[in-house]
Design a protein around this ligand. Structure first.
Ligand SMILES: Nc1ncnc2c1ncn2[C@@H]1O[C@H](COP(=O)(O)OP(=O)(O)OP(=O)(O)O)[C@@H](O)[C@H]1O
Ligand SMILES: [Mg+2]
Length: 253
């Protein structure tokens, strides 16, 4: 469904590379996690998939079609995305934020209202309570859910998420991760999710690509990575969830 072929991105005319020779594939209905430290090129990679950033070289295909020459605005309407830097519009109600894209597409108000209700209920924000609120009247986790509902509004087949559950308390994060998983599976979404949390990647992803200094160090299923990290850096990333797991087991036995 998504193919990255030998993608490079340089911000300084080729002196240094934020992303270097990255090739990735995500099958239909699958979730790929891009995992890695700060500055490793995760956000740059995911933003090239909907052309918020143009690659320096390489090609990207979605559903077999090269997107390099597609209208970026139309492309972004087909792909749902939840990026932390792209927030909700502060002067619009939650319902209007969620269905903004549908308004741009000329969907009549009555239908938009119905769809907003459906989407808000899907992310567990009952429409009767939340639809008419402003983003400033929500908690951070609730805002993130609205962002997620908005990304689902145009029924995308592909979804890009850049650290969607970062900066949330652990209980809210856990709830949202499970909700995401349920919605992703029930809609058969193909997703790329950026995270620096190995536990999150292990939980949500079918495939994990570990990035370091702009390159993909290792790619595999959660099971493959756990059984054979294949790289010191990957092994180090796996240490934390492992240690936590052991500690919890020890304390509860
Ligand atoms: N617009 C830009 N202009 C110049 N350099 C940039 C730009 N955006 C990102 N970079 C650089 O590209 C590299 C990769 O950045 P990127 O945002 O992809 O990292 P990341 O893996 O998402 O990190 P984080 O976990 O901190 O979000 C970094 O060195 C960053 O400074
Ligand atoms: Mg980032």
């Amino acid at each position: 469904m998504i193919q990255l072929r030998d993608i490079c991105k340089s911000w300084d005319g080729g002196k240094t590379f934020a992303v270097k020779n990255v090739s990735l594939e995500v099958g239909e209905g699958k979730v790929l996690a891009l995992l890695g430290g700060s500055g490793s090129g995760k956000s740059t990679t995911v933003k090239m998939i909907n052309r918020l950033i143009e690659p320096t070289s390489g090609s990207i295909l979605i559903g077999g079609e090269d997107i390099t020459h597609q209208d970026p605005v139309l492309l972004r309407r087909r792909i749902g995305y939840v990026f932390q830097s792209i927030g909700l519009l502060p002067h619009m109600t939650v319902a209007d934020n969620v269905t903004l894209l549908l308004k741009l597409e000329g969907v009549p108000a009555e239908q938009r209202k119905e769809r907003a209700t459906e989407l808000l209920n899907m992310v567990d924000l009952p429409a009767e309570t939340f639809a008419q609120r402003l983003p400033s009247e929500l908690s951070g986790g609730q805002r993130q859910r609205v962002g997620f509902a908005r990304a689902l509004a145009a029924e995308p087949k592909v979804m890009l998420l850049d650290e969607p559950f970062g900066a949330l308390d652990p209980v809210t994060r856990d709830t949202l991760q499970i909700e995401f998983q349920r919605i992703q599976k029930s809609l058969g979404l193909t997703a790329v999710i950026v995270t620096h949390d190995m536990a999150e990647a292990l939980l949500l992803a079918d495939m994990i690509a570990v990035m370091h200094l702009g390159k993909v160090l290792r790619i595999g299923t959660p099971r493959e990575l756990l059984q054979d990290p294949g790289d010191d850096y990957v092994a180090k990333l796996l240490e934390t969830p492992r240690r936590h797991g052991e500690l919890v087991q020890e304390l509860s036995s």
